[in-house]
Ligand binder design. Sequence first.
Ligand code: ZN
Length: 283
Amino acid sequence: MSESVASLTLLLEQHAPWVGLTGAGISSASGIPTYRDHRGHWLGSQPIQHQEFVEQEKKRQRYWARSILGWPRVHQARPNQTHHDLVALESAGIISGLITQNVDRLHQQAGAQSVIDLHGRLDRVRCLSCGHTEARSHIQNWLEQHNTLPSLTSVTLLPDGDADLPAAFIDGFQSPHCETCGGVLMPDVVFFGGTVPSERVQACYRMIDEAEGLVVIGSSLSVYSGFRFCRYAIQQGKPLIILNVGQTRADELCVRKFDDDPFSTLSQYVAQLDSQTPEHQHV
Ligand SMILES: [Zn+2]
C-alpha cells in the first residue's frame, strides 16, 4: 500500500464519520468540465450574475439560448468512479453526508443518501413570482419547440468543443415563462451574486456538527459559500482533509492534503475496504 493510501486510511478511520464537501473536480470525469460549474455559465460564456438574470430579459435570452445546447450534456452525464466511491464510504459509515457545490445531481444518481445541494440543482427551474417548480427536461422540450436551433454552419466551434452562437439566434430567442402565473423562470441554482438560502447553510452546519471531520474532494474552494465550512470545521476543532489537484483556499488549514492523483488514492482505499467486508454483507 502506498504511503498516501495508508495515511488516508488512518485519518479517515480515526475520525469517522466525515462530511464530504465536493466540487467540480469530481464531475470532470463525467464529461462536465471543471472550468465552469453551470451556475449561469454555459458554453464558455461569462457567468451571468443573479441580479442581471432577474432584471434583464436580454440576459435571460442569452442564458437560455446557450443552455438549450449545454443542458443535454449535463443531462446525459453519468456518475463516475469517485461518485460511486463516496456511496461506498457512506454505506460503510465513514462518510455521514455530502455537501456538494455541484448542481449536476450525480451524487444522487450514484445512490448517495444524504446530500445537500449547496448551490441548488440544474434539473429543476423555479418561478421567481409564485415559486412553482418544473423539471428542466420539460422546459427543454418547450425551448426546442419554440426556437429554431442555428444551423451547424452558422455556429463557430471553439477549440474546447464549445460553440459560439450567432447574435441573431440569441436576440430572437424565446425565453420560457411560468405555466401557472406567467412569471420569470430561473434555473433552481444559486447564480454568482446570488445567496444560498440560510436554512440550507444551517443544515450544512448541523451536518458538520454531527460529524467528526470535514473532507474536501475535488474543489479549490474558490467560492466563499463552500470555503466557510472549512473555517467552521476548524473552529469546531475538527480535522480538515483535502483531496484535490492544485492549490485550494484552505491549504493552510488542513491536516493533510492529497494532491497527487487524489481520486485514485480514494479508490484504492475504498477497494481495500471492500476486500475487508465479509461475504454475507454483499447480499
Ligand atoms: Zn409562477
